[in-house]
Design a protein around this ligand. Structure first.
Ligand code: AMP
Ligand code: MN
Ligand code: MN
Ligand code: MN
Length: 285
């Protein structure tokens, strides 16, 4: 019998597009009752040692983590990796390659924004970047709020940073095969992040999960900050249908921006097999 833990296996530090450093995130997770934590920065594992050390100092169990950007069927899909060996050379090289196009993309985003009268967005976004390799749409969103172009970051995404909007630049990320391969090759588990967010119809979603399983993917986020209670029910069923382990994570980015704090979501249903049941030997205590 596996315990239903207050696990938070999805959040971001300033090593990607969060605002807190790994140590402050660890302290916040611990203070909010998180029993098993993973830091999952986008396309980056540079914060893993600091996160693991901070968790150890607090007596909080830790799994290594990352969230890889993937292009599947023309859409961006996120794949979380958990419990991998952070020293794995192929994983490190794959993530470095995935990060590679961000700089040019950011300059093109700024050029698009300049066309609608928003000048200096590249330099503005850079002020919010903690890791020069990881300039993201979130950093642009913070700058556009700063200059009063929008009231909050969701409004910036709606008006400027999503498909068809002036600051949106299409981008080819990693393939699903690569992302799952890097994670599993490093001894970890690949997990489909926040499936409720993708604009797939039922057939496309079925194709994503079939392909993901064929490639060796083993998990799905059921309880996450961007899911509704209806999504929890839907992806509980999907986890059972595809025989996947279930994960739970807030996707916390910032005290000022995130609606869902660390460790605050409903627990996973006891009908599900949690990801930590399969990762017991990967947990750092
Ligand atoms: P990027 O990897 O540069 O495309 O940025 C993706 C990040 O933007 C996500 O991880 C979220 O943190 C953030 N994001 C995406 N869509 C939205 C939205 N509608 N509102 C607020 N933040 C968003
Ligand atoms: Mn993000
Ligand atoms: Mn994501
Ligand atoms: Mn995330």
């Amino acid at each position: 019998m596996v315990d239903i833990l207050n696990a938070d296996l999805h959040c971001h530090s300033n090593v990607s597009d969060g605002t807190l450093c790994p140590e402050d995130l660890a302290a916040r997770a611990h203070a909010r009752g998180v029993q098993l934590w993973a830091l999952t920065d986008h396309d980056e594992i540079g914060g893993q040692q600091r996160a693991a050390a901070a968790a150890a100092a607090l007596g909080m169990a830790y799994l290594t983590g990352t969230e890889i950007s993937v292009t599947f069927a023309g859409e961006t899909v996120h794949v979380v990796g958990l419990g991998f060996d952070a020293g794995d050379a192929a994983l490190q090289a794959g993530l470095a390659r995935t990060r590679g196009g961000r700089e040019l993309r950011a300059r093109e985003m700024a050029a698009g924004l300049a066309k609608v009268g928003i000048e200096g967005a590249y330099e503005g976004a850079l002020k919010y970047v903690g890791n020069p390799d990881l300039i993201s749409r979130t950093h642009f969103a913070r700058y556009l709020v700063e200059i009063g172009a929008c009231r909050d970051t969701p409004e910036v995404f709606r008006k400027y940073l999503t498909e068809g909007k002036p600051g949106f630049v299409p981008h080819a990320w990693a393939t699903l095969e690569d992302a799952v391969g890097w994670i599993t090759g490093a001894g970890g588990m690949a997990v489909v992040a926040h499936p409720g967010r993708y604009k797939f119809n039922a057939n496309e979603e079925y194709a994503l999960f079939s392909h993901f399983k064929d490639l060796g993917g083993r998990g799905v986020e059921v309880v996450t900050g961007s899911h509704t209670p209806a999504d929890y029910a839907k992806y509980t069923e999907l986890a059972q249908e595809f025989d996947l382990y279930a994960s739970r994570g807030s996707d916390f980015h910032s005290p000022a921006e995130s609606h869902t704090d660390l460790g605050s979501l409903p627990l996973l249903s006891p009908q599900l097999r949690p990801v930590w049941a399969a990762l017991a030997d990967r947990i750092q205590r």
